[in-house]
Ligand binder design. Structure first.
Ligand code: NDP
Length: 285
């Protein structure tokens, strides 16, 4: 058996076309979704992510601002910028690229972003709304995982989903979203005993661990859907996921590759959140 590939790039392109159409109708009303991205320091990976976000804005007709701050920026200076962006009408979404340089604290920065402009979905109020099932801006990577499942006809409803990883940015929110979609959810982490056995029970496996090729074929029930969130750089420079793709593709029913799986969905969901924030601000459903 060879798994069907879940092409995250293709699905992401489809969603971007939908966003473009929505932007066109907003522009007719004189509204242009605006995203501000804040980058502190010169981390090379962060610079690539920020460039990609600015490019996505340009492609989709969004207004965008990139604020590149020096690595010596103080907490107060960063908070002042966020305060200014919170009050700026042309900006509907604010994203502070993480991680921040070591001398800066992330939590006060996340807390300072206006809840309605928190397009990363990390503000405690948005996290709380996700928890209780209220409408909120959802964290991008987890929301992207759910889109991949739904748009390939793999509705989580009634399925047993096993999520490996319990981080605040991926594992926990994707578990809550799967629960909201009526899956039965098991959350695993570094202290979970018999992990392969637990994973083998799953109809849907979501791997968000950060360990290259950890999930092997004997962890996966034949026919299961495997969503690989991991992005790991191997010594030869190539990217790989948390799933041993070639091995697992032999038994899974559906599988996301790395790259071209979950990765492209993250920025696309950021754009979807910015569009949503722009609509909400202007009282449009
Ligand atoms: P974190 O390091 O924050 O969390 C990793 C989680 O995996 C923790 O809950 C940890 O358990 C668990 N874990 C670590 N080792 C093991 C193990 N041997 N067995 C079982 N569980 C283990 O990572 P993130 O959630 O931030 O990211 C996970 C992966 O997803 C990374 O590869 C990252 O690069 C990628 N990523 C991809 C994104 C995308 O756009 N596609 C976006 C964000 C992340 P414990 O809590 O017990 O320590």
């Amino acid at each position: 058996m060879s798994a069907q590939v879940i092409d995250g790039k293709l699905i992401s392109d489809t969603i971007r076309e939908e966003i473009k159409a929505d932007v066109a109708s907003l522009l007719e009303k004189g509204i242009r979704p605006g995203l501000a991205v804040v980058l502190v320091g010169e981390d090379p990976a962060s610079q690539v992510y920020v460039r990609n976000k600015a490019k996505a804005c340009e492609d989709l007709g969004f207004y965008s601002e990139v604020h590149r701050l020096s690595a010596e920026t103080t907490q107060d200076e960063l908070l002042q910028l966020i305060d200014k962006l919170n009050g700026q009408a042309s900006i509907h979404g604010i994203l502070v690229q993480l991680p921040l340089p070591k001398h800066l604290e992330e939590k006060p920065v996340i807390d300072a972003i206006s809840v309605v402009k928190d397009v990363d979905g990390f503000h405690p109020i948005n996290v709380g709304n996700l928890m209780i099932g209220d409408d909120s801006l959802l964290p991008c990577t987890p929301a992207g995982c759910i889109e991949l499942l739904k748009r390939t006809g793999n509705s989580p409803a009634g399925k047993h989903a096993v999520v490996i990883g319990r981080s605040n940015i991926v594992g926990k929110p994707v578990s809550l979203l799967l629960l909201r979609e009526n899956a039965t959810v098991t959350i695993c982490h570094s202290r979970t005993p018999n992990l392969p056995e637990v994973a083998r029970e799953a109809d849907i496996v979501v791997a968000a661990v950060g360990v290259p090729k950890m999930v092997k074929r004997d962890w996966v029930k034949p026919g299961a859907v495997v969503i690989d969130v991991g992005i790991n750089r191997l010594p030869d420079g190539k990217l790989c996921g948390d799933v041993d793709y070639d091995d697992v593709a032999e038994v899974a029913g559906w599988i996301t590759p790395v790259p071209r799986g979950v990765g492209p969905m993250t920025i696309t969901m950021l754009m979807a959140n910015t569009l949503k924030a722009a609509k909400r601000t202007n009282g449009i459903q």
